[in-house]
Ligand binder design. Structure first.
Ligand code: DQA
Length: 148
């Protein structure tokens, strides 16, 4: 079972980027923790990060037939991107939206997600743990014993 973990714009700067909001783990450290959990629960994971909307769309499209679930932190594109939303909807691959911070307790513009309506679910506000919870949810969805 293969799960694709996608990180959107500016998440390559984790570790130094607004650590009071996003924590002090680097993206590599987060990916290492995801890999450890993946090994523990018996799923294969691949990672992709881009600051470019089109590159993210292309990676989502390329997941068709390759991955059984997607975990995505769309970063700021969460709040702006119909293209990412349509790409996720087009794949039919169960997708878990995740965020380090709680997007509902922050600025007004972060409180709307274009992604959530096409995601199986959303996990927001638990820092690094958000990704680990999302991976567990995605693993359940990939084998068809998730919430839907
Ligand atoms: C984020 C929340 C977004 O609003 C923000 O633009 C990000 C990170 C999060 O993980 O908390 O880049 O997705």
């Amino acid at each position: 079972m293969k799960i694709l973990v996608i990180h959107g714009p500016n998440l390559n700067l984790l570790g130094t980027r607004e650590p009071d909001i996003y924590g002090s783990f680097t993206l590599d450290e987060i990916n290492d923790r995801i890999s450890s959990l993946a090994a523990e629960i018996g799923v294969a994971v691949s990672f992709f990060q881009s600051n470019h909307e089109g590159a993210l769309v292309e990676q989502i499209q390329a997941a068709i037939g390759e991955y059984q679930a997607i975990v995505i932190n769309p970063g700021a594109y969460t709040h702006t991107s119909v293209a990412l939303r349509d790409a996720i909807a087009s794949t039919g691959i169960p997708t878990v939206e995740t965020h380090l911070s709680n997007i509902y307790t922050r600025e007004e513009f972060r409180r709307h997600s274009y992604i959530s309506a096409v995601a199986a679910g959303q996990i927001t506000g638990f820092g690094l743990e958000s990704y680990l919870l999302a991976l567990r949810a995605a693993a359940g969805l990939a084998v068809g014993d998730g919430a839907r």
